[in-house]
Ligand binder design. Structure first.
Ligand code: ZN
Length: 130
């Protein structure tokens, strides 16, 4: 089934816990369409209600993968965010000072001083120390 013509039927697939000093500060819920296997992700910050900016399942383009961007200089909830990573290109990131920057992405990885990233798919049902 072509994922673009699929009428997705997402079911809960798993979770990636985001840890700092072995303490979970948030998570990414992962849903998977039972028909075409496309993944959908939702960012959950501990103690904050769901902040999904779209109704229903968050969208992602066919060429993108779900990832977590880590800002090494920030602490707590500002240290990480759910992003859509292209294979090669840029990802938009709103810094803590509200300035929007474009971080270069190569092979689904953010390559910029002060940041790192990982793919959600590689860590489902595990915790990642950020
Ligand atoms: Zn589907």
């Amino acid at each position: 089934m072509d994922e673009e013509s699929c009428r997705h039927q997402p079911v809960y697939f798993g979770v990636v816990n985001i840890n700092i000093d072995e303490r979970t500060i948030g998570s990414v819920d992962v849903w998977r369409c039972g028909v075409c296997k496309k993944r959908f992700c939702e960012e959950k910050q501990l103690g904050i209600e769901s902040i999904a900016d779209t109704v229903g399942m968050p969208r992602i383009d066919p060429g993108e993968k779900w990832g977590v961007l880590v800002s090494k200089m920030q602490k707590g909830k500002d240290r990480w965010s759910l992003v859509r990573l292209p294979r090669d290109g840029h990802v938009e990131h709103e810094r803590i000072d509200e300035k929007v920057v474009h971080l270069p992405v190569r092979n689904y990885k953010v390559g910029e001083d002060g940041y790192w990233s990982f793919l959600v798919d590689d860590h489902v049902n595990r915790a990642v120390e950020v």
